[in-house]
Design a protein around this ligand. Structure first.
Ligand code: FEO
Ligand code: CA
Ligand code: CA
Ligand code: CA
Length: 691
């Protein structure tokens, strides 16, 4: 566990001195100040690690690591453990002191943490901006003019604060690129913005700046750049006024009917779309996350008390949309609130198709959704609910995937997420509770690990939760999961299966309330640090490596932070040879199964960044920083191809003291320009990103 490099060895670059974490202005616009309120999970379902640990011991299961090693037919045994670190040290020593070591197959040397106002990429890599807020998406879009914005123009241009990015292949070096536009930050979008009295046009620009964009992109052979095309057929903007279909078992429910939609099956728009995933059948999934912040009067006496489980009740909103459309006033239109908080499916191949909100995947603050196909053809969707002390879910389809790329197969596969079984995760540790002391110190068995089970909540129109009808499970999913005894986690963000091994990885961003705020749960083996500032990455393997299984074994792969701090863990790898990492948010994989992690709110004095880490073999746990994004920005939506990486640079320059009058980032256009959220590409001048 020593953090000091041995003499002559090269310590990976560490920290600078300028501290910033998540800014208050980001909290206001993005998540309605979620962290300044008590976390809305006030349920008393407890962590049962102790109890089950004894059962596990009696059964002689001893250690989840053993389950991992034997469970995965066709899966390589796990690599590095704490015990393996000395051997790695010796190899690193033998390799040569001070020289970059790329034997992990990741063809870059780590970049140093910094606070620069640019993307800092590794030596030997080029970069370009693919598309920026305000760039044209639809034919006829006017040139972006910061000082003369209109809602009509924004509805044809790339929206604000792009988060998830996904590529759907369209041909050789040609893709449909889908981007979420999570939220608008009016203070940075408009000079002279009066937050108490926004104009109707400003509000309508906000509606058009939210949602989703589909843009055809092509790789330019000569320059290596990824270039957007103004494609008349495929390019599309989805906004807060686009019509969506509600489908699945709760569609048409009394909880989803409004004065504008007596069917409970049609809803306008999507809100706060954060991460997502590309399905094997070529559609894009997108998670509606902090939707609660858009609804006024959630504290009204007449409002359903279940609303409070989705965020602190409040009379007001930041953007005041309720003044221009009363569906955003929960006291006047109580059920509109229930029509957000879903996984949305968009078919980028068919720009005329209505996007779908899948009630079968439950309603919570969906971060993202990622699919794995089981051996029997059923599809499994992994999902996180991004709130302190909330849960990890999965959905298993009833139907089976149709293979092939035909339109017919895609139309059939688009029905897969409409019917199936929704589960929530329960994690149990295998170490004595006394050894999980909240400091992050590893227990005596050397790992934070254990077993888990998937608790069914509902399947089709059958509920498994006492006191809940099936439609109540799908619409008030958080409350059903409370009742079922799910494990309270430290903000589950992106959850994604490794396409090479099948093991699943969940980013748990942070939870500074754990064991700190009175009445809230303390340290548990799956969430072992009190006041968890830097987050961790959880890894699990389904029994038999079958994603439809209801049992699994798990371990913490990374416990993030400054590697010189004793409360961190990097898959057992030598901590003097890893990059510092804080607040993991989105995860992605390259084709070799290396995990890529982007961060949100780095609490280690550096800009946010993108990191890569092998998950198998002798370099398992060796985290290397690939890039940093400009100051004030968050790294989102990583896409890892063989010869380029895409990142969404969200909210550059979003500092509390900044505004449109006082921009504190000038990325990407430089000079005195306003910052613009963008998608950027980074690629190696020669060769591939990993071997
Ligand atoms: Fe939009 Fe959970 O981050
Ligand atoms: Ca343990
Ligand atoms: Ca996120
Ligand atoms: Ca992801």
């Amino acid at each position: 566990m020593s953090s000091r490099p041995e003499p002559g060895r090269r310590m990976l670059p560490l920290l600078t001195d300028n501290h910033h974490g998540r800014q208050a202005i980001t909290c206001q616009y993005r998540c309605n100040n979620a962290c300044s309120h008590e976390a809305p999970n006030t349920s008393d379902n407890e962590y049962f690690g102790d109890v089950v640990r004894d059962v596990v011991r009696r059964r002689g299961m001893l250690k989840a690591g053993a389950v991992f090693a034997v469970a995965g037919a066709g899966v390589t045994a796990l690599g590095g453990t704490a015990a393996a670190a000395p051997a790695q040290n010796a190899e690193a020593e033998a390799h040569g002191r001070g020289r970059p070591d790329r034997r992990d197959g990741l063809n870059f040397d780590p970049v140093a943490p910094n606070t620069e106002d640019r993307i800092v990429a590794p030596e030997g890599y080029d970069q370009s901006v693919v598309i920026r807020w305000g760039d044209p998406v639809l034919p006829g879009a006017p040139k972006f003019d910061f000082d003369r914005q209109t809602a009509a123009a924004q509805a044809k241009q790339f929206g604000y604060n792009n988060d998830f990015c996904g590529l759907v292949p369209l041909g050789h070096n040609r893709w449909l690129m889908g981007s979420n536009h999570e939220y608008s930050s009016e203070t940075f979008m408009f000079k002279g913005y009066d937050s108490a009295n926004p104009t109707e046009e400003q509000v309508k620009i906000g509606w058009a700046a939210h949602g989703f964009s589909v843009v055809v992109v092509e790789k330019d052979f000569w320059s290596g750049k990824l270039v957007p095309r103004l494609d008349r057929h495929y390019n599309r903007r989805i906004t807060v006024t686009t019509e969506f279909v509600l489908d699945g078992p709760a569609a048409g429910s009394k909880y989803l009917r409004t004065s504008a939609d007596s069917t409970g099956r049609k809803v306008l728009g999507t809100l706060n779309n954060c991460a997502g995933g590309v399905t094997p059948w070529g559609t894009i999934l997108s998670g509606e996350e902090n939707f609660n912040g858009y609804f006024a009067n959630s504290n009204s006496g007449s409002v359903d008390p279940r609303v409070a489980r989705y965020g602190a009740p409040s009379a007001t909103t930041s953007r005041k949309w309720e003044r221009f459309d009363q569906r955003f006033d929960i006291a006047k239109e109580p059920n509109e609130f229930n029509r957000f908080g879903y996984i949305v499916e968009i078919d980028p191949h068919d720009p005329k198709s209505a996007p779908v909100k899948h009630t079968a995947l439950g309603r919570f603050k969906h971060e993202g959704a990622n699919v794995r196909v089981a051996r029997d053809g059923r599809v499994v969707v992994y999902m996180g609910d991004d709130e302190r002390f909330d849960y990890i879910y999965k959905f298993v389809s009833k139907g089976r995937i149709k293979h092939g790329n035909s339109q017919r197969a895609r139309e059939e596969n688009k029905k897969l997420l409409s019917d199936g079984t929704l589960y929530v995760a329960k994690f149990t540790g295998d170490s004595p509770a006394a050894e999980i002391d909240g400091s992050g110190k590893l227990p005596s068995d050397g790992e934070f690990d254990g077993v888990g089970e998937w608790i069914p909540l509902a399947s089709g129109d059958k509920s498994f939760v006492d006191g809940f009808t099936a439609e109540e499970v799908y619409v008030f999913t958080r409350l059903a999961a409370d009742k079922a005894g799910a494990t309270k986690m430290d903000r589950p963000e992106d959850v994604e299966p490794n396409p090479k091994t099948g093991r699943v990885y969940a980013a748990l961003t942070n939870n500074t309330d754990r064991g700190v705020r009175p009445g809230k749960e303390g340290a548990t083996e799956p969430n072992p640090r009190i006041g968890n500032k830097h987050g961790h990455v959880l890894e699990w393997e389904e029994r038999g490596n079958d994603p439809t299984a209801t049992k699994f074994s798990w371990k913490l792969f990374l416990v993030c932070g400054d590697p010189s701090s004793p409360d961190t863990y990097f898959g057992g790898y030598d901590k003097s040879q890893v990059s510092p990492i804080s607040c993991p948010d989105n995860v992605a994989f390259d084709k070799r199964g290396n995990l890529w992690i982007s961060t949100d709110g780095n609490a280690l004095k550096s800009n946010d960044g993108l990191f890569a880490v092998p998950t198998e073999g002798r370099y398992r746990g060796r985290v290397k920083q690939f890039l940093t994004v400009p100051k004030g920005a968050e790294t989102c939506g990583p896409v890892i191809e063989d010869d380029f990486v895409l990142v969404s640079v969200q909210h550059p320059g979003e500092f509390d003291e900044a505004s449109a009058e006082n921009p504190l980032s000038h990325w990407p256009d430089g000079g005195t320009s306003q910052p613009r959220p963008s998608v950027a590409a980074i690629w190696p001048r020669r060769g591939k990103i990993c071997d």
